[in-house]
Design a protein around this ligand. Structure first.
Ligand SMILES: [Zn+2]
Length: 88
């Protein structure tokens, strides 16, 4: 049986850890340090709203808006397109 506490590398910072969470931006499994950083990202709420909106529509496989990097931002074009599509 596969253990959930298995030590693995964080997809984002590559540090070995055994506590993971799924990113709201993409399909990365990230450590708690990266998770804290992600929650402070200015586009975090938007990424989360998009994910929730897709899930509500029954799309469980939406890969996320993409992580723009700690100092990056989601492009305005993508934002506008998603706001229109999802009625955010
Ligand atoms: Zn990490």
């Amino acid at each position: 049986m596969k253990q959930l506490t298995e030590q693995k590398e964080c997809d984002r910072c590559k540090k070995a850890t055994n506590i993971f969470t799924m990113s709201w931006f993409n399909e990365d499994f990230i450590c708690m340090t990266c998770n804290d950083e992600e929650e402070k990202h200015p586009d975090f709420e938007f990424a989360k709203n998009v994910e929730v909106a897709y899930t509500r529509r029954g799309n469980m496989n939406y890969p996320g808006v993409g992580y723009p990097g700690k100092d990056g931002r989601i492009s305005e074009e993508l934002k506008q397109a998603l706001i229109e599509e999802l009625g955010l």
